[in-house]
Write a protein that binds this ligand. Sequence first.
Ligand code: PEP
Ligand code: MG
Length: 861
Amino acid sequence: MSTQQILAPFDGWCSVLDEVPDPVFSGRMLGDGLAIDPTSGILVAPCAGEIITLPASAHAVSIRTAQGIDVLIHVGIDTVQLGGRGFEARVRPGAIVRAGDELIRFDLDVVARGAKSLMTPIVVTPMDGLRLQQRRAPGPVSTGEMLFEIAGIATAAGIETCTPPPRSADPPNRETAVGQTLIVTLRHGLHARPAALLAQRAKAFGAQASLSAHGRTANARSVVAIMALGVRHGDELSIQASGVDAAQSVASLVAGIQEALRTESAAGHGAAADSSRTALDSSKTASTLAPRSLPADGVLSGVTAVTGVAVGRATRIERREIAVTEHGAGAARESRELEQARVHVRARLERVAATGGATRREIIAAHLEFLDDPQVNEAAQDLIAAGKGAGFAWRSAIRRSVGALEALEDARLRERVDDLLDVESHVLLALAGEARPMNIPLPQRAVLVADDLLPSELTALDGARLVAICLGGGGATSHVAILAAAMDIPMLVGLGAGIREIADGATVIVDADAGTLQTAPTATAIEQARAAVEVRLMRREQTQAEAQTECRALDGTRVEVFANLGNVMDAAAAVVNGAEGCGLLRTEFLFIDRETAPSESEQLAAYQGIAAALGPRPLILRLMDVGGDKPLRYLPLPAEENPALGLRGVRTSLAYPDLMRTQLRAALRVQPSGSVRLLIPMVTDVAEILAVRGIIDEIKAEIGIHPRVELGAMIETPAAALMASRLVREVDFLSIGSNDLTQYTLAMDRGHPQLAGRTDALHPAVLQLVAAAAGAGVAAGKLVAVCGGVAADRLAVPILLGLGVRELSVVPATVPAIKHQIRSLRINDCRELAMRCLELASAAEVRAAVARTIGPAGDTH
Ligand code: PEP
Ligand code: MG
């Protein structure tokens, strides 16, 4: 028997052919083999033989072995279109080569930018009775390592008989390795927060997952490595995983990107509501300290990071350099000390997070990810093993990642350098037995003046005394700017070195709207600026006060504005923003991304905390909406071809009633008794409602509670909308989940990047289903709410009210704006507008019709 080994022609990530985004290869039309996503640009011969083809474009090469077997290597997909750009042939057709001889050089960046994919199939073409064996498992591969062996080769004794494997047969690879390629539509690509989200998800699985873009591959568990991929809006991203739960891991990572998209669009609504506060213009980001000195008029120009006007006293804070020793006192000791310092910093950061708002918590979560980043920690441990001190190793490891980020073109990613430096100093201080001060004293009405500022330095400042921040460097989208926006502190960045000349204690005027800092203002200018500050303060107080009162349309019709919540911090934000209750508590956040189901007491504590934060306001608790794209590790849900059409929502709960019973017991024990209303997700028929109602009754009897429990059904499927008049008889209220209703009505995945512009809830087909559900509720005299994203869309609000919806549940930050809009609407006008919209031909026509009818402030006229 004769065999032929085929070796890896370059370094990269080995995958099954099914992953190649070209049916010619994935369908094995040219032959069988494997694919590699290259990480090096030198292609060497995978075996000895003669070069049979190597076109002028040099994007592919085939080589014939001594036994007459042809092996084709096709660099990337659709690379022929590059016409040779980025490729250089190193041999000519007809050349006789040995395994490992250089055949082609290619520029990974150029090819990655111009090709559909870098995935390179290496196939035996044609198979003609040959078979592949000892196929390499998916994962990283280095040049010269074996990919597969070809058996069934003609020998002197004749042809070895064998049957080629059926096309679908590739069991080990199929089961253990999966991948998905998508276009990243996140506005700012994979910046720190989505990267942290993905790393967290990747860590939750046993599978080895990696992300590839631009020809580079990153360990999906490393935030730094993900960010260093430099994935921007519109880039192609490949997600691969191998191992037992590879499919779930990839699904979870894809869901992570969708979650980041949702968060981004939710934040987008928020930004629309308070767009007067933060200007995030990365093109104007100032990351280096411009060598500008104070001009004669004393006015410095910078970039607006947070808008606003302030008058105060220039104040500086001291930053201390932390010294480290290069040589360690033994690897074991240094390693232990680094570990202890990290434990200490983690505990401290967690404590700080618990005392802050949602923004601070999110930023600290990103810092915690940096603290535990495998790439940073591995680099530090390597240095310690090489004899370096813990502090030196930690600083070097962080600076290496800083260098990688600084080399990126994306300003937003470069701004994450501050976060890394923040984590660096936390750990170095902990190693020195110190801690970053939690409280840095400030004089009254302080305008902080500094070259730059770290997030932890800002959180340590007394926010009540700080009226503005002026930085010589810094970036408008840095975490410290986000924190300043959350604290509502006007902030200018990029003012240049001139700020160093400002005398400590000098009175300055910060006009962050205009981007100017007046370092030597006249008395009149100071007086005028103080008056402007007063006016702004009054206006803000008015809006906040207005948001606290109950909401009625212009004709007096009562419309409740509730908030969608995920946790207790959201509940606090909802109250501050004037939400009249919680219209949707997404309880599934408590269930996903953990190893075991939350216990009854844990759930009770979480729900009770939220109820307490809401005070007397109603709390609508949605039963866990898990399954589908939100798999649970502790629930052996089968892998599904179409997760969105599989076991999710109430279907999962009814399939695993013990989980639902525990959740119901916790929800029904929230005090005061009977205060929680329950909402059933993904309802499609009456039987589901009756089944849940039956279990609720059993549990009420078990725990001895008597008050009636209000129950609602989510209208998220066309079936539920069309049957709403029947469903509503079994419940107390309906809540329209427009996100899913749109996806299922239009048959368009709500997270599909290319369909994002078309999954519009204002499509007349979706509106007709909303009308059916709302009409059924009105006829039955029961409340109909909308808790999907469309409730916060100012063009949708008049239509929803016109169709009979009387409760809108939106992200907390948008509550004031929605209340403000409703107060200017007349229900009769809304009704007439809604009826017209139902007759239109497309979502675009609906949007145009509403935009024509409502004024710039969103009121009908
Ligand atoms: C919806 O589908 O509109 C909804 C509110 O539920 P979720 O977004 O959590 O699926
Ligand atoms: Mg839904």
